[in-house]
Write a protein that binds this ligand. Structure first.
Ligand code: CO
Length: 218
C-alpha cells in the first residue's frame, strides 16, 4: 500500500467497520469496557509503526496498558513514563510489565553512529553509553546488522533493569504485590517475539546498590 493511498476519511471508515464487527459479535463489548479497564499487562515499547503492541500479542482493547517512545526507553526522570508506570502498578495492579524492543531499531542505530540528529541525540544517549561500556562484546561481530541487533537486545535488558530500580516497582514488591518485568524483542522481518529471559520479579534479584529495602542497621 502506497503512502498516499489512504485518506483520513478512509481511517474513519475503517473505524466504523471495526466497531461494527466487534459490536455484532458481542453487543456488550464496548459498554462493558467503557465502565472500567483491568489489563494484566503494561507494555513499554518503541514508537516504531511496525511494532503495534496489541496486534502482535493478539490482545483486545482493555487488555494491554501501553507506553511507547523512541527506542523503548525507561528514563528515570521521564514524568510521562513514571506516571504510566505508577498508574499501571498502583491503580490497575498489572501483573506483568513487558519491555519490548525490536531488531533494526532506528533509535538504537542512531546511537551507534556519529551523525547529529538534534534533540533525540540526548534521548538515546543512554544507549550510546551502553554501546561504549559494552564495546568488548561487539568485537567478534562481523556485520553492522549483527552489531545493531546485539545493541537492540542489550538495550532491552538495560531498560528492564532501569524499571526494576524504580521506587514504584520496589514499593510494589515490598507490599507483597506480584509483579514481573520481562524483556522481549520483536523481529521486523518475521513478526516473531523472542523472550530474552531476563525476567525480574523480586528485589533480591537486584544488585545491592539499587535495593531500597535494605535496613543497613540490621
Ligand atoms: Co525502534
Amino acid at each position: 500500500m502506497g503512502k498516499d493511498s489512504r485518506s483520513l476519511q478512509d481511517l474513519i471508515e475503517n473505524n466504523r467497520k471495526w466497531s461494527k464487527e466487534i459490536s455484532e459479535k458481542d453487543p456488550d463489548f464496548f459498554p462493558t469496557l467503557a465502565k472500567q479497564q483491568s489489563p494484566d499487562y503494561l507494555w513499554i515499547g518503541c514508537s516504531d509503526s511496525r511494532v503495534p503492541a496489541n496486534e502482535i500479542v493478539g490482545l483486545l482493547p482493555g487488555e494491554l496498558f501501553v507506553h511507547r517512545n523512541v527506542a523503548n526507553m525507561v528514563v528515570h526522570t521521564d514524568m510521562n513514563l513514571l506516571s504510566v508506570l505508577q498508574y499501571a502498578v498502583e491503580v490497575l495492579k498489572v501483573k506483568h510489565i513487558i519491555v519490548c524492543g525490536h531488531y533494526g531499531c532506528g533509535g538504537v542505530k542512531a546511537s551507534m553512529e556519529n551523525q547529529k540528529l538534534g534533540l533525540i541525540d540526548n534521548w538515546i544517549l543512554e544507549i550510546r553509553d551502553l554501546y561504549y561500556n559494552k564495546r568488548d562484546m561487539f568485537n567478534g561481530l562481523q556485520t553492522d546488522e549483527a552489531k545493531l541487533n546485539l545493541l537492540c537486545e542489550l538495550n532491552v535488558v538495560r531498560q528492564v533493569h532501569n524499571l526494576s530500580h524504580t521506587s514504584i516497582v520496589q514499593d510494589a514488591w515490598a507490599n507483597g504485590q506480584k509483579l514481573a518485568i520481562h524483556g522481549w524483542i520483536y523481529g521486523l522481518t518475521d513478526g516473531r517475539l523472542n523472550n530474552l529471559n531476563v525476567t525480574v520479579n523480586e528485589s533480591k534479584q537486584l544488585s545491592e546498590t539499587y535495593r531500597l529495602d535494605i535496613d543497613k542497621q540490621d
